[in-house]
Design a protein around this ligand. Sequence first.
Ligand code: G3P
Ligand code: CA
Length: 282
Amino acid sequence: MRLTRRLLGTLLPLTLVPAAVVALSPAALAEPAQTRTGTEVVAHRGASGDAPENTLAAVDEAVEQQADSIEIDVQRTADGHLVLLHDATLARTTDVEQVFPGRALDPAGSFTLAELKQLDAGSWFGPGFAGERIPTFAEFVEHTGDRAGLLIELKEPATYPGIEKEVAAELGAPRPGVVVQSFDHDAMRRFAEAAPDVPAGWLFETRPTGAQLDDAVATGVEQINPSFRVTDADLVDTVRARGMQTGVYTVNEEPDMRRMIDAGVDRIITDHPGVLRDVLDG
Ligand code: G3P
Ligand code: CA
């Protein structure tokens, strides 16, 4: 079943897709190296099941668990630095209440980098991670190096005008295994203008419509990344017929991993990359 879908997926873009569609998405003709050998394993916020999310410790854990790529969330400090953080506030993942009493529910972007660096971003997860810091985006890129690909989510980019250009500038020249994605598709259009050669992904909470997929193709999107809860083999085939790939989030239970593998997705985003690796290895 899986091999059949993969073979069809290889042939479909060359046989069924109208020439005009293929012409709009030349990247689709060259499948990225990381997906050639099977379903790609993506560590969600790093290996966030075993280390505090969006930290360098979670990066190291993801590499240890043989993730192909590491997903992180990018936001911006009050003084203009790109940092790794998922939530709109610091309350859940740091000791902000102790360090800055009364500011726990202030927007994350109202803190300077110097303030963020005073916070403990590890103790909330476990005492073994005490003292872990919120990394800057540059620190994350440098620390990961070529040990894994990078799946970079622009988190609530409308909150940070101009962040698309800033991420593009910090990334510099396109390099293998680096993809930028967001739920905010208008922001992704701006990112495509700033960095047309960097592969892009559109995230979806609900099942993408045909019109949305056509829009993505016209924008040069390479990855359609929906919740696994709205994804099945028909959607994977529909996306692939348009010359794009499918990556699903956030798949943490083995039966769901197996269902998504059977559906033929190109990548799975999980808090537990080691578990997914074991499932893939049979
Ligand atoms: O990569 C997709 C996934 O990270 C999106 O959901 O809320 O974990 O950022 P969230
Ligand atoms: Ca994310």
